[in-house]
Each structure stands twice: as structure tokens, then as C-alpha cells.
Design a protein around this ligand. Structure first.
Ligand SMILES: *Cc1c(COP(=O)(O)O)cnc(C)c1O
Length: 359
């Protein structure tokens, strides 16, 4: 067992969590539900505290608001403590909690690095937070000096998606380190695709950086997009703030149960991931042979971004062949690009055969 993430003693001058938390959030006490006050220890207690229907059907009780069983398992696997974990209804909920805990509407701003995951911008709009967009460089890396130039005292969060969607690459470690060391707000590293990458998770750097938040999900490598489970890893202080504003029963019982089963079946997950990575290589090789493909961008994810001669035309042609890909051409730096998610070996075979016919 590890010692978990105890960053408070190592906090650098320049980073003070209290300075980032919204005034209204500081004063809040988390809603205390019946299931918070008394948790079943498996004995035959009589529960008359939550106005539930007493007749057992497997789902008549409220779920554990702190998802203890699931957190215990994740803590063990990720070598952190349970108090370093917050779980949400998908990572989208976790991202929204970060906005609502730290970003004051109208006043504060966040930094995003397009082309990237669209949800950061959507959430900035919903929460009335200015979104300062600083384009990635032409090789799809964060433009660190530009970012540090554009931040001010109202910049609360930098959202870094690594491996990045839609470009597919994991950012160089030194670029993220520079931001962690020089930005005094929070640095969120969204690792939705980390299992497909050779690079190490930033979870292991949590003890070093009090301003780091790492987000993962069961939606991609774990094959559980349907249950909606997102994970947030950070210092106990940050998790405590997010817990204050989390809806009490944000992760339902069915999700907790399925997540536990799937996370326990790590061997199966790793086998599927390896198969997807193998298929990615096959697809990349095939794409590189096609004369209408101008560039296949390197991928650390379960998708590849591809520059083609005419993205709209190729998208339509694939659609007519019953294959749906994503046209990313309207994203900056992504003119005439399509994003291909890696399918099963059978799907991949069909895709490659059809692509060859389009030549
Ligand atoms: C798919 C994806 C997610 C997953 O979001 P969930 O709400 O957990 O399904 C998060 N971040 C990025 C960058 C993604 O591409």
C-alpha cells in the first residue's frame, strides 16, 4: 500500500487552494443524506431512516453516496487513497463540478487548447466563464509560452487533454510539467485515453503537484460508456471541495455495481486494449497506402486522425457504405481531417476494404 497523496506539506509558495475556491462554496456544508449518517455494516440492522420502500428487490435502497467499495478498489489499483478520489456521472459531471467549485461566473476564466475535447468549451458557456483558447502548435503540443502569457489572476483552470481528442497524441511530459510549475491555478489533465498510450499516467505525479487534477473514465478503454462513470484524482483538499457540491447520489447503484465488476476484470480490459492497439497499427498501415490520404497523425488513443484530399466527400462516401466516422474539419488545425475510432478486427477489415475501393 502506498502512503497516498499528501501534498499539503509540499505546497509551493504561489499555490494556495483557498484562493481558488469560490467564496460561496467555501461556506457550504455537503448535504448529509441518510446513507451518509449511517452505513450498513452488513449486519441485520433495520433501516427506517430514508423513507425507502422496505421490500427488498435489490435496488430499493439508496446507493452509497461515497461509493466506498468502488473507491477502495480504485485506490488499491491506482496506488492512491480513497480521499484522493471523487467519482461522477461520467467525467462530464466531474468537469462541471470543477467549474462550479472554482470558477466565478462572469469574473473568472479558463484556458483550453484547441483542437481539443469540446466539452470544456460547452461547460465554460453554461457556467458563464470566459474560455481563453490558445491553439496547439503545428505539431499538436501545448504552446507553453503563449499560455503563460495569456493567464492572469482570474485564470482558474487549464484543461489539458492528453492523449488529446481529436489529434490522438499524448503531450510531451516537459510541457505539462512547465505548466504545473508555472501556473498557480489548477491544471486538469484529462486522461480519457491513457490506457491506449505508452506514456505514464499523471496520477503518479499527484504527490508532487498540489495543483494537479487527473480525470479518467470508464467510457473508453473500459468499455462502459453506457453506465456513465468518471473518476477524478487529486489532493485530499481538492477532493474535499468537490465533495461539498457533489449531488449526494450522483453515481447510481447499477453503475456502482457494473463498474466494480468491470474494474475487477482488469485482465479482460487489458486484453481488449491490446487488441485495439494492434488494430490501430493495422489501420494506420492501410491508411498510409491510400493515395487520397495525405497524413495519418501518430496516435496514443483508440482513434486516428487522418488528413485526406476532401474530407466532406470521403465522409459521404463512407456513409453510403454504412460506415460512420467523424469529420473534424471545422476544428482549428484540422482542415480536411476525419477521425476514425478503432473498431473490432472484423469492422476494421470491412473499413479497409471499402477505403481501398474509394481510391
Ligand atoms: C470520451 C471522452 C471523455 C469521456 O467522458 P465521459 O463523460 O466519462 O463519458 C472525457 N474526456 C475526453 C477527452 C473524451 O474524449
Amino acid at each position: 500500500m502506498s502512503n497516498g497523496v499528501e501534498t499539503s506539506v509540499q505546497m509551493k509558495t504561489g499555490f494556495k487552494l483557498e484562493k481558488l475556491v469560490r467564496e460561496t462554496v467555501k461556506g457550504l456544508r455537503p448535504y448529509s443524506s441518510a446513507r451518509d449518517e449511517y452505513v450498513s455494516d452488513g449486519s441485520k440492522m433495520i433501516f427506517l431512516d430514508a423513507n425507502e420502500n422496505p421490500f427488498e428487490n435489490g435496488l430499493n435502497r439508496y446507493p452509497d453516496p461515497q461509493q466506498r467499495s468502488l473507491k477502495t478498489l480504485l485506490a488499491e489499483q491506482r496506488e492512491v487513497l480513497e480521499k484522493n478520489i471523487l467519482l461522477g456521472n461520467g467525467s462530464d459531471e466531474v468537469l462541471d463540478l470543477i467549474f462550479r467549485a472554482f470558477c466565478e461566473p462572469i469574473q473568472d476564466n479558463i484556458i483550453t487548447l484547441p483542437p481539443t475535447y469540446g466539452m470544456y468549451k460547452v461547460l465554460s458557456g453554461i457556467n458563464a466563464i470566459e474560455n481563453r483558447e490558445i491553439l496547439l502548435t503545428s505539431d499538436f503540443e501545448p504552446d507553453v509560452s503563449q499560455i503563460l502569457k495569456r493567464v492572469d489572476e482570474n485564470s482558474k483552470v487549464i484543461f489539458i487533454c492528453s492523449p488529446n481528442n481529436p489529434t490522438g497524441n499524448a503531450f510531451q511530459k516537459k510541457h505539462i510539467e512547465e505548466l504545473l510549475n508555472n501556473f498557480h491555478g489548477l491544471v486538469v489533465v484529462d486522461e480519457a485515453y491513457i490506457d491506449f498510450s505508452e506514456s505514464e499516467s499523471w496520477i503518479f505525479s499527484l504527490p508532487k503537484y498540489p495543483n494537479l487534477i487527473v480525470i479518467q473514465t470508464l467510457s473508453k478503454a473500459y468499455g462502459m460508456a453506457g453506465i456513465r462513470l468518471g473518476m477524478c484524482y487529486a489532493s485530499a483538499e481538492i477532493i474535499e471541495v468537490l465533495n461539498k457540491i457533489k449531488p449526494p447520489y450522483n453515481v447510481n447503484q447499477l453503475t456502482q455495481y457494473q463498474a466494480l465488476k468491470r474494474v475487477l476484470d482488469d485482465t479482460m480490459v487489458q486484453e481488449e486494449v491490446q487488441q485495439i492497439v494492434r488494430e490501430r497499427k493495422t489501420l494506420v498501415n492501410a491508411l498510409n497506402e491510400l493515395n487520397f490520404v495525405y497524413k495519418v497523425y501518430p496516435s496514443d488513443s483508440n482513434f486516428v486522425l487522418v488528413k485526406v484530399d476532401d474530407a466532406d466527400k470521403r465522409y459521404q462516401e463512407l456513409l453510403e457504405a454504412q460506415i460512420v466516422v467523424r469529420n473534424r474539419s471545422n476544428q482549428p488545425l484540422c482542415e480536411n481531417t476525419l477521425r476514425f475510432t478503432i473498431g473490432t478486427p472484423e469492422e476494421n477489415k470491412i473499413l479497409i476494404a471499402i477505403l481501398k475501393e474509394l481510391e
